[in-house]
Design a binder for this molecule. Structure first.
Ligand SMILES: N[C@@H](CCC(=O)N[C@@H](CS)C(=O)NCC(=O)O)C(=O)O
Length: 291
C-alpha cells in the first residue's frame, strides 16, 4: 500500500471549510435552513422536489409506473432542486425534508398536505396509497420490504463510500477505495445470487424493491456510475445485467429516468415535469438549452 501522510485527529473536531472534494461547498456539520425560500406549487395532487440522481429517480420511476397503470391521482409536478447550488437548504425545502436531501414529496390531495421524505418511506407511501407494486400477502410483502430496506442500508456504501473515494475525493486513498470496492462487489454478488433464482428482486413480480435498487445497482452494472464499470468488472454480474436489461425495456423506467435530469444527453433531460406531454416537448434539446 502507498504511504499515507500521518493524520493525527485533534482532541475536538473542528469544521475545515476548505477540506476539498467535489461537494465541499455544500457539506456542512449543521442542519436547518441557510436561507428563506418558498417552494413552488403546481396544479397536481403530488408535488415532488428532486433531482435526477439515483435517489431522485427511484421516485419518478414509481410515479411514471403508477400513471402507466392508470392512477390519475399520481399526477405530479416535479420541481428541480439543484443540490450543487444549495437549494436543499432553503426554508421551504427544509420544511418538507428536515434532512435537506432530495427527493421530498408533498401530497396535497387531502385536506392537509402530507410531507414524505426518505425514498424508502416515499415508495412505501405511494405503494400503499395506490395499492400497487407492494405485495399484500405477508410473505411476499416481507421479502419486498427486506430488499427495499437492504437498498437503503447498502447504497450509502456505494455512493458515500465507494463513489466518493473513487471519483470525488481530492486524493485517491488506496485504503478507502479498497475497502469500499470490496463492499460494493460483495453487494453486487448479493444481488447477482438473488437474481439467479428470482426474476425480479422480491420474487416473480415487479415491486418497489426493483425501483429502489435499479437506479443504483442497475446503473452501476451498466457502467453509468463513477466511471467504475471496468474497475468493478460489472459485466461479471450476469444476473444483475439480465435484470437491468429487463427493466430498461420498461417505458416508465425510461421516462422516470429523464425527470429532473441535468446531465448527459440533452434529449434525455427533462428538468421539470408538469405534464405527460413534457416528455415530447420540453426536453433540453427541444427547448434549446443544455447543461
Ligand atoms: N437516504 C436518503 C438519501 C437521499 C440523498 O442522499 N440525496 C442526495 C442526492 S442523491 C442529496 O440530496 N444530497 C444533498 C446534500 O447532501 O446536501 C433517501 O433515500 O432519500
Amino acid at each position: 500500500m502507498a504511504n499515507l501522510s500521518e493524520y493525527v485527529p485533534p482532541k475536538v473536531w473542528i469544521w475545515n471549510k476548505s477540506s476539498g472534494g467535489r461537494f465541499a461547498n455544500i457539506n456542512r456539520p449543521i442542519a436547518g435552513p441557510t436561507h428563506d425560500k418558498d417552494l413552488p406549487v403546481g396544479r397536481h395532487p403530488l408535488q415532488l422536489y428532486s433531482l435526477g440522481t439515483p435517489n431522485g429517480v427511484k421516485v419518478t420511476i414509481m410515479l411514471e409506473e403508477l400513471l402507466a397503470l392508470g392512477h390519475s391521482g399520481a399526477e405530479y409536478d416535479a420541481w428541480l432542486i439543484n443540490i450543487g447550488e444549495g437549494d436543499q437548504f432553503g426554508s421551504g425545502f427544509v420544511a418538507v425534508n428536515p434532512n435537506s436531501k432530495i427527493p421530498a414529496l408533498l401530497d396535497r390531495s387531502g385536506p392537509m398536505p402530507i410531507r414524505v421524505f426518505e425514498t424508502g418511506a416515499i415508495l412505501m407511501y405511494l405503494a400503499e396509497k395506490f395499492h400497487a407494486f407492494l405485495p399484500t400477502e405477508s410473505g411476499p410483502r416481507a421479502e419486498c420490504l427486506s430488499w427495499l430496506f437492504w437498498q437503503m442500508g447498502s447504497a450509502p456504501y456505494l455512493g458515500g463510500g465507494f463513489g466518493h473515494f473513487y471519483a470525488y475525493a481530492p486524493q485517491k486513498i488506496e485504503y478507502a477505495i479498497d475497502r469500499y470496492a470490496m463492499e460494493v462487489k460483495r453487494q453486487l454478488d448479493v444481488l447477482d445470487r438473488r437474481l439467479a433464482v428470482s426474476e425480479y428482486i422480491a420474487g416473480s413480480t415487479y415491486t418497489i424493491a426493483d425501483m429502489a435498487i435499479f437506479p443504483w445497482y442497475g446503473w452501476l452494472a451498466k457502467g453509468w456510475l463513477y466511471g467504475a464499470g471496468d474497475f468493478l468488472s460489472v459485466q461479471d454480474y450476469r444476473n444483475v445485467q439480465r435484470w437491468t436489461d429487463m427493466l430498461l425495456q420498461r417505458a416508465a423506467v425510461n421516462r422516470g429516468s429523464m425527470v429532473n435530469r441535468t446531465f448527459g444527453d440533452s434529449s434525455k433531460q427533462l428538468h421539470e415535469r408538469h405534464d405527460a406531454s413534457d416528455f415530447d416537448t420540453k426536453t433540453q434539446d427541444k427547448i434549446g438549452k443544455s447543461s
